[in-house]
Design a protein. Sequence first.
Length: 250
Amino acid sequence: MRVKYIVACSLMLTICVLTKMFGYSYSTSSANVNQPDIVDARKLAESDFYKDLNFANELLPTGDKHIEVKMRKALKANSYSSMQTLKLHQRAEVWFPIIEPILKHYGIPEDFKYVPLIESGMERGQYSPKGAAGLWQFMPQTARDYGLTVNENVDERLNVRLATVAAARYIRDLHKQFNSWTLTAAAYNGGEGRMRRKIAQQNQDDYFKLDLNHETGKYVYSLISMKEVIEHPEEYGYKIQNARKLLAYK
């Protein structure tokens, strides 16, 4: 799909440039001929690119400038020019083989494997100032609610396998409430209670149309962009020796 986008964009721009060159050469006899606009061609190619972006098969809406700007910012933020490191790809290579089969067992879309990359940078020992911990950044009580031991001596949030099982069960329960994977992801980040209130207050259950706080409002865009840079690293400046290896665990 990315190759088609690049080829389509290049072809349209080339055609437009050639058309303009010949148009100027014969301007005296064809003054009223309508000539293609390069900007319009670029917009058409970009819209073709955006229409294929999705999270858990829920498509990114197209034709909305605000949504496209947010998506473009998220893609730039996770590009190599911004990140300047291959650590996320390296950690994904280590942890995806453990995470993917667990998500599949619980019926969770594979795209949720990108949640730990956003939540913790896939650092197993990561603790947040608010008390969340591990790859999945579970808060202590939520972790206990889903079967993890969290006390002064043991913190199973740091056990990737156990924490992923707990995360899969939690995500499954969230989906039962919201019946949408994008809303489920947003609720995972912002809290289910807050998401229910926002949906009720705004009478809106489309994630992309909800007015949410900054972090949750960009969360799904970040997940989509992380999916893009992991699955198509070379197109975002990453030099990965075996880029397809990350996708070989499905």
